[in-house]
Design a protein around this ligand. Structure first.
Ligand SMILES: [Zn+2]
Length: 204
């Protein structure tokens, strides 16, 4: 059976100490400390990939795809496991990212995660990550869509207010430019719009 170890933030100096938790006090073996209420966290019995103890309330990072989550104790479902029927009780990871079909069982993750802080001292890790996630998801999808669309050549348009000038169908800038070839004025048909990168198709 695994050893029951608690960690808590001590009231007098704010330092984290761990060992035995009894009647609201922490016993390290030689000393007895008062806790800051709500900071007593149980050790999951597991270590992260660096061998560090993983406690309840720890913030962990999945070292493969950088998702972050909080270690919790309680009832949880495990949608990432095909044979899972939910309703488990125990330590698990609540991921900050809302990824469908991601496993929450901590046993699966223990050697693939790194403890990067805890929810008492490092709430900013979660806040920053949430902002970053929102930014990333918008940025990526939008950029990908735009990049893909721009690769398909589009016919130049006549939307310019300047008579007969040709414009980029995407950014509406005038893309008409002329050069003189053998004494004749000829249109330069750029493959891409120099303003926005749109691939262009020109009239024959
Ligand atoms: Zn353009």
């Amino acid at each position: 059976m695994r050893e029951i170890v608690f960690r808590g933030k001590c009231a007098d100096d704010g330092k984290w100490r761990e060992k035995e938790y009894k009647d609201g006090k922490l016993y390290t073996g030689t000393e007895c400390y008062d806790f800051i209420e709500g900071t007593a966290c149980e050790w999951t019995g597991l270590n992260d990939e660096n061998g560090r103890n993983i406690f309840e309330g720890d913030i962990v990072r999945d070292t493969e795809d950088n998702c972050i989550g909080v270690v919790k104790f309680g009832i949880y479902d495990n949608p990432g496991r095909a044979d899972d029927d939910g309703g488990h009780l125990g330590f698990h990871i609540q991921w900050v990212e809302k990824i469908v079909m991601r496993r929450n069982d901590i046993l699966f993750w223990a050697d693939k995660i790194k403890v990067i802080g805890n929810i008492f001292d490092n709430q900013e890790l979660i806040d920053q990550h949430k902002e970053l996630e929102v930014y990333r998801s918008i940025g990526t999808v939008d950029e990908l869509r735009r990049a893909k669309d721009q690769q398909i050549p589009k016919m130049v348009t006549h939307e310019s207010s300047v008579y007969k000038c040709l414009t980029c169908p995407t950014c509406k800038n005038v893309v008409d430019e002329f050069t003189t070839l053998n004494g004749e004025k000829v249109r330069v048909t750029y493959k891409y719009c120099r303003f926005c990168g749109q691939a262009l198709k020109w009239e024959e």
